[in-house]
Design a binder for this molecule. Sequence first.
Ligand code: HEC
Length: 124
Amino acid sequence: MPIRLAAVAGAALFVSSCQETAVQPQPMAGADPARGRRVIEQVGCGACHLIPGVSWPQGRVGPSLDGFGSQALIGGRFPNRPEILARWVRDAPSLAPRTGMPAMPMTEPEARDVAAYLYTLDAR
Ligand code: HEC
């Protein structure tokens, strides 16, 4: 899909040029954070991540997602933008083949809802 390729090319460009410019996460149009939280519980992101609002489990395989909404990069290498985050939560290996984060069983709309929930997790 051309849009996905453009997003990945943009990510590569961003990383290779190593800009310090803050990437402000944008809200997900038409996505529902409450539904996203339910998907997070159903597919079990908590097995590997500490996620505020998800009380159990609270795994430590991956990084804590506390404050993720105001983080500039995903996994330290991709700009934290809605379309990229939605792709990451559903299929991280398609962006980063060696990542420890597996592809997760959800639809694209569910992935957008999950991303919307993660954007509610602001650092204070
Ligand atoms: C099997 C363990 C595992 C599961 C399950 C898992 N992740 Fe991850 N996740 C990881 C690991 C490991 C990383 C670090 C990956 C990297 O940097 O390449 C990561 C990274 C992330 C990041 C980037 C964090 C940051 O600080 O940049 C986000 C966001 C994320 N995961 C969200 C999710 C969501 C949402 C789910 C459920 C749909 C999920 N993860 C399920 C292991 C997991």
